[in-house]
Write a protein that binds this ligand. Structure first.
Ligand SMILES: Nc1ncnc2c1ncn2[C@@H]1O[C@H](COP(=O)(O)OP(=O)(O)OP(=O)(O)O)[C@@H](O)[C@H]1O
Ligand code: SF4
Ligand SMILES: [Mg+2]
Length: 388
């Protein structure tokens, strides 16, 4: 027992030394001034994409070890399209979006590798957000890329009126705009998100509004700067079911009214299938399947996606209990070398004990990371697996 305790202490000490070394290295890189453009200018793989995640790795250097929250994630957000990112709690959805906003909590949270290419139309160039100097990122954040958080009160300030806050946000990005024009734009944004009495809401304080109304205001605020990308991280989780549907309707409606791309993060595959053009399914920091919403909804291939499909709530369906995938997401610190879903998978076979399965293309848009679709098995299994 005593030896165990000693070994444990020694392990923690080594982790601390390693983390401190890493913090110093990151700080050295992040604190530099006058970073040459050549370090962060890049080329988009496809100019029709707004964002290209390329082998993104985002880690947390914690006291108990390195959490590989996002580990080798690659996908694109095309211009004007909606991408849905789905997965259970803790699979890395928020860390992916926080990396894109460069809002990981340091010194523990760091982008450890990979590129996040951003097609910065306003400057007619492409930049790697992962390497962008802080000052440059501040100009993009909240302006060209806006975020809608789960809990509207994290964005709204209780001591200012709604109008005041949206005005401020517009002014921050358009300092020369005359006041009357700013107010007009705020009212226009409030109307765009379905607020009928916009003039009245303009004068209200956040506490005077319902949760659903506050979330509409937050969406209006995000839209007020005319962003290229709106990230909505579980925008309806804190709301009741009817209001959830209304907020999703607004987002769906906005898709056609504005020219922005939307990254919609949720654990509900039903929601993304309805709203998104493309869907990315994440599990334990990696993408296990991606494809068009149609492909994922009508032909889910990965056993995890099939499980998520089964566990989604269906309106008007009378069931006692919702299905939930048995077992838990593995500990993110000691992930196995083989498939992370192995201990929960009812399709597991001998081959699955091998290395982590590579991504297999089953159509130009549909990719899956599972041995069931390994060469030779694909056509056979495609017919059998999936569906509901
Ligand atoms: N500040 C942090 N320090 C240490 N680990 C963290 C931190 N933030 C997130 N993680 C870890 O990173 C992993 C991914 O977390 P993330 O928040 O991205 O999950 P998520 O998919 O958004 O889940 P949810 O649906 O609950 O929001 C988890 O294992 C989580 O414990
Ligand atoms: S690789 Fe094997 S264990 Fe992993 S999801 Fe596919 S069938 Fe299941
Ligand atoms: Mg999250």
């Amino acid at each position: 027992m005593a030896i165990d305790k000693k070994a444990q202490k020694e392990k923690i000490r080594k982790i601390k030394i390693y983390n401190n070394k890493m913090y110093k290295e990151y700080e050295k890189v992040n604190k530099r001034r006058n970073i040459p453009e050549s370090e962060y200018l890049t080329q988009m793989q496809d100019p029709k994409n707004l964002i290209e995640f390329d082998n993104l790795r985002s880690y947390f250097y914690t006291d108990v070890g390195t959490v590989k929250a996002v580990d080798g994630v690659s996908f694109a957000i095309p211009m004007g399209k909606t991408i849905g990112v789905v997965g259970e709690s803790g699979c890395g959805k928020s860390v992916t979006s926080l990396s894109l906003m460069r809002l990981l909590q340091g010194p523990q949270g760091q982008i450890a590798g990979g590129q996040i290419r951003y097609n910065q139309i306003s400057k007619k160039r492409a930049v790697d957000i992962a390497k962008l100097p802080r000052k440059e990122m501040e100009k993009i954040r909240g302006n060209e890329i806006a975020m809608i958080f789960q809990e509207p009160m994290t964005t709204l300030n209780p001591v200012f009126t709604i109008g005041n806050q949206i005005d401020e946000s517009i002014l921050l990005h358009n300092p020369k705009m005359p006041k009357s024009e700013v107010r007009e734009r705020t009212i226009e944004m409030l109307k765009l998100v379905g607020i009928a009495r916009a003039e009245g809401i303009y004068e209200s304080y956040p506490h005077e509004l319902s949760g659903g109304m506050r979330q509409r205001v937050v969406i209006a605020m995000a839209l007020s700067c005319n962003p290229q990308l709106i990230i909505a991280d579980e925008p309806t989780t804190a709301l009741d079911v009817t209001i959830q549907a209304q907020i999703l309707d607004i987002l769906r409606d906005l898709k056609d009214k504005i020219n922005a791309s939307i990254m919609l993060i949720t654990h509900d595959l039903g929601v993304v299938a309805e709203m998104a053009d493309y869907v990315v399914v994440m599990y334990a920091g990696r993408i296990v399947e991606q494809g068009t919403a149609k492909e994922i909804y009508h032909q889910p291939l990965h056993p995890y996606t099939v499980g998520l499909m089964k566990s989604r709530p269906i309106l008007n369906e009378d069931i006692d209990r919702l299905y939930s995938i048995p077992g838990n997401v593995p500990n993110p610190i000691n992930l196995p070398k083989s498939c992370y879903f192995k201990n929960r998978c009812d399709k597991c076979m001998e081959k699955c004990n091998g290395d982590y399965p590579g991504l297999i293309s089953v159509s130009p848009t549909h990719k899956v990371s599972c041995y069931l679709y390994d060469k030779g098995l694909v056509s056979d299994k495609k017919a059998k697996v999936g569906g509901k």
